[in-house]
Design a protein around this ligand. Structure first.
Ligand code: ZN
Length: 195
């Protein structure tokens, strides 16, 4: 396998990049300015050194604590539980939610060997215990696994006085937050209901 084939093979491992796009990108890189490739390569190499999960919420950050957790204008009594760090950005950009986030890093999926221990659920319980949380909004994706994870979280706090809500499914079933538009996300938050 030559260098070009190898690059195409590796690029096609990226999410959303099929063999055809991988090959377009590879040829584009081959024909582009050397400086561009060098900068891009360096950025890819350094991204994991510079960016790490926020120890509070799991959102990605370059600082000790992410900008949301360290903000003084957020409502600290509401936590929004999301599957992955990129959901924080998606939801936050709607401007509809002013509380804090908690990234659980996936969903329960027994068939894939993902149980409660594999997710940041212990950390969630810890955070709720330490802070005066009044509402937990569960914003996992409206998939089978997302729904069962939401129910599991609701069970965790069944005995507490905390209000546990689930966002309305304004997002196409089986769809991902990443691809939902701002309006659908706003509607899903406004239409949240008690679990
Ligand atoms: Zn944070």
């Amino acid at each position: 396998m030559d260098s070009l084939d190898l690059l195409i093979k590796n690029l096609s491992k990226l999410p959303g990049v099929g063999k055809k796009s991988a090959s377009r990108i590879a040829y584009y890189l081959l024909g582009s300015q050397r400086g561009f490739n060098e900068t891009l390569g360096l950025e890819i190499m350094e991204i994991q050194d510079r960016i790490h999960p926020c120890p509070e919420c799991g959102n990605y950050t370059e600082d000790d604590i992410c900008h949301i957790c360290s903000s003084l204008s957020r409502d600290r009594s509401i936590l929004c539980v999301v599957e992955q760090p990129q959901d924080v950005l998606t939801i936050d950009s709607t401007g509809e939610f002013h509380g804090l986030f908690h990234v659980i890093n996936g969903v329960l999926s027994p068939l894939d060997g993902i149980g409660p221990e594999e997710l940041q659920l212990g950390r969630l319980a810890e955070r709720v215990k330490k802070n005066s949380i009044e509402e937990i909004i569960i914003a996992t994706n409206p998939t089978l696994e997302g729904d069962s994870t939401a129910l599991f979280i609701a069970q965790m706090f069944k005995e507490s006085a905390i209000s546990i809500t689930r966002i309305a499914s304004g997002i196409p079933v089986g769809g991902d937050f990443e691809y939902a538009d701002k309006l659908s996300i706003s509607r899903a938050f406004k239409g949240r209901r008690e679990l």
